[in-house]
Design a protein around this ligand. Structure first.
Ligand code: AMP
Length: 458
């Protein structure tokens, strides 16, 4: 096992890592840090939760300290671009944490807050600027920021930046920088647009890949609950009867949906809040702080707002609604099982969402185990194929790519689901088209299923 001390990092960084309790680099850190310390460009395929922030922050901090140079007024030596303000704040915090023994100046630049303080901070120049593309471009256009002395550029979560329509701002920002610089691009996925961007901004990069399937996803105890839409709300509130649901991040597809779910939980006496793009920056920061400090038990979020949420100890990710993009599912569930930990991800799937579930299963190359035990299990939904068409009930029906074709080693050799042995439902009445089934005691929601609500199913 490699230790941080073997990667060539300087003592002040090792001290900071020790204070955080980190001794062993994550795979992305182990693979990236030596190359980045050499000054190479890098294409990193990794999602949040893999430790990717430290993988670029540590070598950058070391470089800034080694090549001592004062930043020019209105300039920065390092620029990190992120898709959202939340991620910007968290990346900024990581630089602060890991760089606590260096005297370096940081700044954050993102929209939704006043420009004047940002302009003032930038006036004297900084060592590290973490910014979202839109606001950065605004400040560049006003002459408040110049990028002609940037030494290192990081494009973090580049796929999400492109999804959010930032390609033009990014191109303008890159065009304002010196050509000789170190560039690092991180992306969780590799669509053609990212390949194009990577080809144009990176110079003979090393490629480092930590696939979600082999890292985060396998550590997460996933399950799907088939449920009629009208029962989702009751099922959700019942989940919170179980004390193991200490800190749950709940996803909805829309902002209004997020508000409604948060109100529902509040009414049921479960402290919660919602976080989405319609909320002010202050309200979002407060919701996040309350969630981190345990003042609320549930945070309801949309996909975009949740980008960059980095809260340790999320016990459950609950997909109140399934995302229509499979990659979002991977991002969502990666919020639990942060580096090293394990977590539970539950998806509520109604009749209209079966095709989303099948797409997700293809992407993660696993069948999501089905929870049959909950009070609202809807077998008629489960028997629908992709496209929402009812399928004839088939016993022991296999999902598109069953778990047993998924490398054992990548899953830590842990037996998983029915493929680890005899299907649990063998010998049970037919009509349950079992694909995958959760292991007994695996749901964490026995309370919900035994709470006398079966009659609610009618
Ligand atoms: P990231 O993927 O950068 O969002 O990091 C995910 C989480 O893992 C953050 O909470 C980090 O503080 C934490 N982390 C990063 N590196 C390590 C490490 N080597 N050991 C344990 N936790 C880590």
């Amino acid at each position: 096992m490699t230790l941080f001390s073997e990667l060539g990092l300087a003592d002040p960084l090792l001290k900071a890592l020790e204070a955080e309790g980190y001794t062993t680099p994550t795979p992305i850190q182990e693979q990236s840090i030596p190359h980045l310390l050499e000054g190479r460009d890098m294409l990193g395929l990794a999602q949040t939760g893999t430790g990717k922030t430290a993988s670029f922050a540590l070598p950058i901090l070391q470089r800034l300290d080694q090549i001592k140079q004062r930043a020019m007024p209105k300039s920065t030596r390092v620029l990190v671009l992120t898709p959202t303000r939340e991620l910007a704040v968290q990346v900024g915090q990581s630089f602060k944490t890991y760089g606590c023994h260096y005297r370096l100046r940081h700044a954050l630049v993102f929209g939704g807050v006043g420009m004047v303080p940002q302009i003032k901070t930038m006036a004297g120049g900084v060592d590290i600027l973490v910014a979202t593309p839109g606001r950065l471009l605004d400040l560049m256009n006003q002459g408040a920021i110049r990028l002609d002395s940037v030494e290192v550029l990081v494009l973090d979560e580049a796929d999400r930046m492109l999804d959010m329509g930032f390609i033009l701002p990014i191109r303008k920002i890159v065009a304002a920088m010196p050509k000789s610089r170190q560039t690092v691009l991180f992306s969780a996925t590799m669509p053609d647009s990212i390949v194009g961007l990577a080809n144009s901004v990176l110079h003979t990069p090393v490629r480092v890949e930590v696939t979600p399937a082999a890292t985060t996803v396998e550590k997460i105890d996933q399950k799907v609950m088939f449920v009629d839409r009208e029962n989702k709300r009751t099922l959700l509130t019942e989940m919170f009867a179980c004390k193991t649901v200490e800190r749950a991040l709940i996803f909805t597809r829309t902002k209004h949906g997020a508000n409604r779910v948060s109100e529902l939980l509040e009414k049921a006496g479960i402290p919660s809040d919602a976080i989405h793009g319609n909320k002010s920056q202050g309200a979002r920061q407060k919701a996040l702080a309350d969630f981190k400090d345990g003042r609320i038990r549930a945070l309801v979020a949309t996909d975009i707002a949740a980008r960059g949420i980095d809260v340790d100890g999320i016990t459950h990710v609950i997909n109140f609604e399934l995302p229509n993009e499979p990659e979002s599912y991977v991002h969502r569930i990666g919020r639990t099982a942060r580096a090293g930990a394990s977590g539970i991800a539950i998806s509520l799937c109604d009749a209209d969402e079966v095709s989303y579930l099948r797409d997700i299963e293809k992407t993660i190359r696993q069948a999501v185990p089905v929870d049959f035990e909950h009070a609202f299990h809807a077998p008629h939904i489960m028997s629908r194929g992709a496209g929402g068409k009812p399928k004839p009930p088939v016993r022991h029906q296999r999902s598109p790519q069953p778990l047993d074709t998924y490398p054992q080693q990548a899953r830590g050799g842990k037996p998983h689901g029915d493929h680890a042995g005899k299907p649990r439902d063998a010998g049970k009445p037919s009509g349950r088209p079992a694909g995958q089934q959760t292991r007994s005691g695996n749901t964490g929601f026995k309370g919900a299923s035994s709470s006398g609500n079966r009659s609610a199913r009618g």
